[in-house]
Design a protein. Structure first.
Length: 78
């Protein structure tokens, strides 16, 4: 499956399976992107179309899931 192969590639920083169109969102190291796009992504089996987008700036970065301590002393997601 193309998604599993892409997720194992060192150029891919993050990989997400999406609902709707497009099917996948890959965050790729920009220094390697042009070669990665032309020589790797475009040749993966099952890949019919590629689209690239460049973020202008980060509006809100992923802060992770806030954790709280539960009654048992274990950390739980809030």
């Amino acid at each position: 499956m193309a998604s599993h192969r892409a997720a194992r590639m060192p150029e891919v920083v993050e990989a997400h399976r999406l609902f709707g169109d497009p099917d996948f969102l890959l965050r790729v190291d920009v220094k390697a992107y042009e070669r990665f796009y032309a020589e790797v992504l475009s040749w993966l089996p099952g890949v019919a179309q590629l689209a690239s987008y460049l973020a202008m700036k980060v509006v809100k970065a992923d802060g992770g899931c806030p954790l709280t301590e539960g009654g048992s002393g274990e950390l739980q997601s809030a």
